[in-house]
Design a protein around this ligand. Structure first.
Ligand SMILES: C[S@@+](CC[C@H](N)C(=O)[O-])C[C@H]1O[C@@H](n2cnc3c(N)ncnc32)[C@H](O)[C@@H]1O
Length: 324
């Protein structure tokens, strides 16, 4: 990928594409993975236990692996994920892709992982172990109010976006670049402040994509441009590269293009590619490609999707990171 190359939209399984992208090439990676991947994984038999920082200098006990931050990567899956088989499958799908995402992030880069309430808590614990707790920046809550409401419990009307930075001492975050929002009680602040609006907090009230609005592409899981706008504004500069390898309708790329950022989008579903072809028809400098496929890619994917494959990649990367 040339530094000044075209924006790319790649039709492929992301796991086959990610190793072909340049290490450290992206300032922002936004991921909105499907919850139900439909791919059952082999169950994880080993149990890995977090080691203390002191243990980092000691030889690895068998059955433990090491996280990116140079700490023991606790394989708590055996315990934690036993509570929810579906999450076990989900994590086995996601882990090797997150390992790749970490490799692709620039030193000042940020990862936004968009989850729903069923996934968020398990994922937070595992991500702290995988990336290092000091790399955790925020838990964003996107609250909306649409659709049917349960009468048997509090209606669930929010998503969670976990935010991790590659390097807590070097990450890019520009709050002055973010669109401000109206004060809830403008009478309590000066007219100048009310006019300026307030900086969004970590709770974002935002409507879903309106079924009749300008943004609607017809893609069922499309996210609102307003959510992506804040993310791109805060965590990138003009000209930076943005990656979304669960691209769907291409919201991340659409926002990146509007804000003068460059992008790579990947999706394996033909419907997503068709929607993006329509969405980017008028955007200059966008190339559509078909990514690696065929038996070789599928075998590689199978190897990496197995828990052992993901762990091997995690160990290799963590060793590299420790030696920096
Ligand atoms: C929740 S949607 C993303 C929606 C997107 N944020 C938007 O605003 O339109 C998840 C997408 O991930 C894609 N996907 C799932 N598994 C994939 C894989 N292994 N490789 C590439 N794309 C994948 C699906 O086809 C789907 O379009």
């Amino acid at each position: 990928m040339a530094a000044d190359g075209p924006n790319r939209i790649i039709h492929a399984d992301n796991l086959a594409v990610l190793p072909t992208l340049p290490e450290g090439g992206f300032t922002l990676i936004y991921l909105d993975p499907p919850f139900n991947t439909g791919r059952a994984q082999a169950r994880q038999a080993t149990r890995h236990v977090r080691q203390s920082a002191k243990d980092d200098s000691e030889p690895e006990a068998s059955g433990t692996i090491t996280g990116f931050a140079g700490r023991r990567y606790e394989r708590i899956r055996g315990d934690l994920l036993r509570y929810d088989d579906r999450f076990d499958d989900y994590w086995a799908f996601l882990e090797p892709r997150l390992v790749e995402a970490w490799r692709l992030l620039a030193d000042d880069g940020t990862l936004y992982l968009h989850l729903d309430y069923r996934e968020a808590h398990y994922a937070k614990v595992l991500l702290d172990a995988l990336f290092g707790r000091e790399c955790f920046l925020n838990e964003l809550i996107w609250a909306y109010d649409y659709g049917a409401k349960s009468k048997r419990r509090w209606p669930t009307k929010h998503d969670t976006i976990l935010v991790y930075v590659k390097n807590p001492d070097a990450y890019w975050f520009d709050s002055t670049a973010v669109d401000r929002e109206p004060y809830m009680a403008p009478g309590l602040v000066t007219p100048e402040k009310a006019e300026l609006g307030k900086l969004p907090t970590d709770v974002w009230w935002h409507t879903i994509v309106s079924p009749t609005g300008r943004e609607k592409t017809g893609y069922p899981t499309q996210k609102p441009e307003g959510i992506l706008r804040r993310i791109v504004q805060a965590s990138t500069r003009e000209g930076d590269w943005v990656l979304d390898f669960f691209a769907g309708s291409g919201t991340t790329g659409a926002v990146a293009a509007t804000l003068g950022r460059r992008f790579v989008l990947v999706d394996e579903h033909p419907d997503a590619i068709a929607v993006m072809q329509a969405r980017f028809a008028e955007v200059a400098g966008v190339e559509f490609e078909t990514g690696p496929a065929g038996p070789a890619a599928s075998e590689g994917q199978a190897a990496q999707e197995s828990p052992a494959g993901g762990e091997a990649a995690a160990i290799a990367l963590s060793d590299r990171r420790r030696s920096r």
